[in-house]
Design a protein around this ligand. Sequence first.
Ligand code: ATP
Ligand code: MG
Length: 401
Amino acid sequence: MDSNTMQGINPIISVNSLWKVFGKNPQTVLEEPYRNQTRADIQQELGSVVALRDVSFEVYPGETFVVMGLSGSGKSTLVRCLIGLIDTTSGEINVDGEDITNFDARNLREFRRTKMAMVFQNFGLLPHKNVLDNAAYGLEVKGINKEDRHSKAREMLDKVGLAGWENANQTELSGGMQQRVGLARALAVDPDILLMDEPFSGLDPLIRRQMREELSLLQTEIQKTIIFITHDLDEAITIGDRIAIMRDGEIIQIGTPKEIITEPANEFVREFTQGIPKTKVLDIEHVCTDPDVVFTPNDSHAVVRAKMDHAKTDYAIGVDPEAQYIGILSRDQLNTVLDSTVAIDSLIDPSILSVLPDTTLDEALSFLNDQNLPIPVVDDKNAFIGVATQPDLLKVVASDL
Ligand SMILES: Nc1ncnc2c1ncn2[C@@H]1O[C@H](COP(=O)(O)OP(=O)(O)OP(=O)(O)O)[C@@H](O)[C@H]1O
Ligand SMILES: [Mg+2]
C-alpha cells in the first residue's frame, strides 16, 4: 500500500502525540523545560524514563505496519498502550474513531475481545490445555460454547498448518509450532487488528524465515490490520507495507521499505537500514529510463539504422501506434538481414522478455541477457514504459556490496 492508495481511506488506528513516561510525576516531564530535553537528561534529573515521546502515526485497514527500533526504543511500550495494557501519560489512541485511552476496564475488556488481539513473543500458551483448547482459549474467555469454539479453533489450526495436532500438549511442540498455536488463538477471535510483538524472535533463523513467509501468505488471505514489532530488518521489509523507525521513544521516520531506504530521514536511519539489500526492495521502475531509439513497424531498416547511429546506441524499442510494446531490435540483428523488404518487426529478439514495473531488482537480475540488451518494462496491458539498462541495474547491485 503506498501513500497514494491511502488517500480517501479512513485509518483504523490513529495515534496523536502519545507520551508514556515511567517513574514518579510523569506529568512533570511534559512541561517545559523537560519536554524538550533528551531522554538521558530527563532520567538523570527526574529519575523518569521517557518510553514514548510525542508519537503520532496512522494505520490503515488491511495494512501490515512494522515498528522497528533498537532495544529500549519503546516498541513494546507502544503496543502495550495500543491494547490498553498500560496507562498512557498523554495523547490519543483512536481505534475506529474511539479514543481508547478514555476506556474503563469494561470497555477495554470488550475491546480486547473483539477488536484487537495480541500474539506474544513467548507464545503465552497455557501448559495444562492441549493445542485445541489453547487455540480456542480466546473464544472460551468470550463465553462461546465448546462446540462452536472448537470448530473455529480447528479451522484456524488448519490455516496455520497444525491440523492433526489438536490433542497434543505444549511440551510436544517445537517453538515454531507453539507460535502457530498462539497465532491460531489470536485469529480465532477474528479481531480486526493483530498486534505482534517480536513473535518470531525466539525461533531458529530458518524456522523464523519460514514463519515470516507463512504470515505474509496468510495475510493475503485474511487481510487483517497487523502491527508487527521487530528489530530484524529483513523481517521488516519482507512483511511490512510501511515501517516506522523508533529511537529513544520517538518515531524518526515512517515510510514504505522503499522510501526508508531511498530517502532516509537522517543519518541514523541510513545507518540502520544499511544492511538491507536494495535489490530486494527497489522495483525496476527505480532504474527505468527512456530508450534512445523507438521504432514502429512501418519504419524502414535505413531509418532505424540511422536513428541508432545518431543516438550512438545498439538497440531500438519497437512500439505500435497504440503505444503497445512489440519487442527489442539489436543492431547486430538488423545488420544480419540485408534484404530491406523484410518487415522490421520480424527482426526483434524473441529471447528478451519484458517485465512489469513492480518487478524487484532482485527478480530482474534473472532477466539479464548475454546480448547486453536492456530489460524492457511494460505495464499489465503491455503498454511500453521504458527500459532498465544493465549498467544501471548493476550499479545498484554494486552499491549493496
Ligand atoms: N514498567 C516499566 N517501568 C519502568 N521503565 C520501563 C517499564 N517498561 C519499559 N520501561 C523502559 O522504557 C523504555 C522502552 O522499553 P520497551 O520495552 O518499550 O523497549 P523495546 O523497544 O520494546 O525494547 P526491546 O527491543 O528490548 O524489547 C526502556 O528504557 C525501558 O527500560
Ligand atoms: Mg520489546
